[in-house]
Design a protein around this ligand. Structure first.
Ligand SMILES: Cc1cc2nc3c(=O)[nH]c(=O)nc-3n(C[C@H](O)[C@H](O)[C@H](O)COP(=O)(O)OP(=O)(O)OC[C@H]3O[C@@H](n4cnc5c(N)ncnc54)[C@H](O)[C@@H]3O)c2cc1C
Length: 640
């Protein structure tokens, strides 16, 4: 059974982080350069961590499977990043951001972590502004804010609809500076395929060069995974197509616990699926809900009419009707389920019936087309590129899609997994968002982890490791891990079956969406738990991976990732089956109030479920970490 010590510092909530920083062990500056730290990933979390640790004097090796850190999925983030600056004087505070995040996560996150996140949010904005990130500004020069879901204040900082891109360019500049000084050694097109554990501690990784196929061993004093989310287990999602679970999954197989894997975020405003050959879904940022109004026709028979032909009196602005205090800015899980409900009633727009309108008619009347263009121009352009419709003239048609994974590797307050020496940052960990993430909080968390948390907490671990005690890559554990990777590559290439990798990914995605998507039932999950192992079996018999292992081979890359998804998907369903309650993004139909809202069971499930690998073919062990709320009273979430 894994040891899950959350290491939450003692003392009042608001003092914990300050006191912890003062109490934890330090590494002296001369010793820092004796430690080598591996950072896998250079999205917002990884790039900020690698740059900051190198600035501190650690020797950093940074690995990414992309050809440049600038291609990390973080670049796609559109809408903004939260911070409790209260520039608007609208009543925001660290406490309010903390409270909104806990409530938004449906009381399934750790209080102490979330409070720290709210505290450091203000530093992030200062740091990024100093790097030159071009945040939008008010006429007086102060940084501008807009609103995101689940909050009644405006605390979201943004750079048009390209916030992730601008933040990543900031982090990338910081990283490049350290690559230039030699503090960071950057390995692009290099995929981590295994974690090396020696004496119970993470001490290195095995990497495959995606261009030459070369497999190499890398030792370190600590390993940081900042490898993003695993939503592509659903195949269709708003993630970059390359986002995958391989790094965290292989770490799980080496003993790191995977927490709350079933907590998946389905984002309410995405361009609907149009056909079977689609490889990706596109987000229409939540920021659009500041000014766009969501509706469907009141009458089923109007659903195929042109939206302009449905008179105002026949439109159901259902979020404004159901949640008058938050209206169109109800949190994502709630807005997504409401969209599903009206579509299930037969009132969904478009041929498929799986669509609702996001209408800017009123905003254009109020702000003019130029005003709307200034705020959201690039998002309207994306919509036009994909649908060939102008959202200035007709409402956007949108539908929920998989967007974010709240689950991830279990970490303690120091962001260290249960495997000493293995740290996990950004979307790859489970830490701060509970069962539902509020909009604009992922960028905040990734940068908090990388710029402001890990630089302190990693020292607490490294100070326990003798400088120079890093193992040699000749150690038997490295040999075993390398052989494991070589064996996997050879096995995939040898199958020479009939179906391409994408065939299995699509089928897995369909199972996941149908049985472990927006609504889940015991019977459905049990069915998925039969179908996924059968599909996995078929994959290993019949997948066709053309080409060789010694060259650039994207089929081979994808095959490894889909093989991992085929295992992870099963764990998601198992976690969803065993969590007999509804909370946030995890909606079990059996557990709901008469009005269709989530019914939590705090007595039995106010805990983190951290799954521990027990060997191939064995049922994993479900460890639990209780969630104790001291500052916030757990209650039924109410956005009405
Ligand atoms: C379309 C879209 C819009 C979004 N908009 C917002 C927003 O407005 N605000 C907000 O707060 N959040 C937003 N999010 C969520 C947010 O973008 C992500 O949660 C966040 O960027 C994740 O950052 P990360 O650094 O953890 O991971 P990523 O940016 O996904 O980076 C992962 C890194 O790990 C590397 N990597 C992964 N596996 C391996 C491996 N095995 N070996 C080597 N390298 C590996 C990759 O190369 C990459 O560098 C959005 C998400 C989407 C999909």
């Amino acid at each position: 059974m894994a040891q899950l010590d959350s290491k939450i510092p003692p003392g009042p909530l608001a003092d914990k982080w300050r006191r912890h920083k003062a109490d934890i062990k330090l590494v002296n500056p001369a010793n820092k350069r004796k430690y080598e730290v591996i950072v896998v990933g250079a999205g917002l979390a990884g790039a900020s961590a690698a740059a900051t640790l190198a600035e501190l004097g650690y020797r950093v090796k940074n690995f990414v499977f992309h050809d440049s850190p600038r291609r990390a999925h973080s670049i796609a983030a559109q809408g903004g990043i939260n911070a409790a600056k209260n520039y608007q004087n609208d009543g925001d505070s660290v406490h309010r951001l903390f409270y909104d995040t806990i409530k938004g996560g449906d009381y399934r996150s750790r209080e102490a972590n979330v409070h720290r996140l709210a505290e450091v949010s203000v530093n992030i904005i200062d740091q990024c502004a100093a790097q030159g990130v071009p945040f939008a500004r008010e006429y007086g020069g102060l940084l501008a804010n807009r609103s995101f879901g689940g909050a009644q204040v405006s605390r979201t900082f943004y750079a048009r609809g390209q916030t992730g891109q601008q933040l990543l360019l900031g982090a990338y500049s910081a990283l490049s500076r350290m690559v230039g000084t030699g503090g960071v050694q950057l390995f692009t097109q290099s995929e981590m395929l295994d974690l090396v554990v020696i004496g119970g501690q993470a001490k290195g990784i095995i990497v495959r060069d995606l261009v030459t196929g070369e497999i190499s061993r890398h030792a370190a004093d600590a390993v940081i995974l900042a490898t993003g989310g695993y939503g592509n287990v659903f195949n269709l999602s708003t993630y970059a197509r390359g986002s995958n679970a391989t790094a965290i999954w292989r770490a799980y197989r080496r003993g790191a616990c995977l927490a709350n894997p079933c907590y998946t975020q389905i984002h309410p405003t995405c361009i609907p699926v149009t056909g079977d050959y689609q490889s990706k879904l596109t987000l229409m940022s939540e920021s659009l809900r500041n000014d766009g109004r969501i509706w469907v026709p009141k009458k089923k028979e109007d659903r195929l009419k042109k939206p302009a032909d449905v008179p105002e009196a026949d439109r159901d602005y259902y979020l404004e009707r159901m949640y008058p205090s938050f209206g169109n800015l109800a949190p994502r899980d709630i807005a997504s389920r409401a969209a599903k409900r009206v579509c299930d009633e037969g009132r969904g727009a478009g041929e498929s019936g799986l669509g609702v309108y996001l209408d800017f008619g009123d905003a254009i009347k109020r702000l003019g087309e130029a005003g709307v263009r200034e705020r959201y121009g690039n998002l309207f352009d994306i919509y036009h590129e994909i649908t060939n419709e102008s959202a200035y003239q007709t409402p956007m048609r949108i539908y929920p899609a998989v967007h974010y994974t709240m689950g991830g590797l279990w970490v303690d307050y120091n962001l260290m997994s249960n495997l000493p020496g293995l740290f996990v940052l950004g979307e790859a960990n489970f830490s701060d968002h509970g069962a539902n993430r509020l909009g604009a909080s992922a960028l905040m968390q990734g940068l908090a982890d990388g710029y402001f948390v890990i630089p302190y907490t990693i020292g607490d671990y490294l100070a326990t490791q003798k400088p120079g005690s890093r193992p040699s890559t000749d150690a038997p554990e490295f040999k075993e891990a390398e052989e494991n990777v070589r064996g996997l590559v050879a096995r995939l290439l040898a199958i020479k079956g009939k179906e391409p990798v994408s065939h299995f990914h699509k089928r897995l995605g369909k199972i996941m969406w149908e049985f472990c998507g927006m609504a889940r039932t015991k019977a459905g999950l049990e069915k998925a738990l039969k179908e996924i192992p059968a599909l996995r079996e078929e994959f290993w018999q019949n997948v066709n991976v053309p080409g060789a292992g010694g060259t650039l081979n994207q089929s081979l890359e994808n095959a490894g990732r889909v093989a991992d998804f085929l295992e992870l998907g099963e764990l998601l369903c198992l976690d969803a089956l065993e969590r007999e309650e509804s909370c946030g993004g995890h909606f079990r139909e059996e557990h709901q109030y008469p009005d269709g809202e989530c019914k939590r069971d705090d007595e039995k499930y106010a805990h983190v479920a951290a799954w521990e690998f027990q060997g191939a073919g064995q049922k994993p062990l479900r460890n639990t970490e209780p969630l104790n709320y001291e500052a916030v009273k757990m209650s039924v979430r109410n956005y009405k």
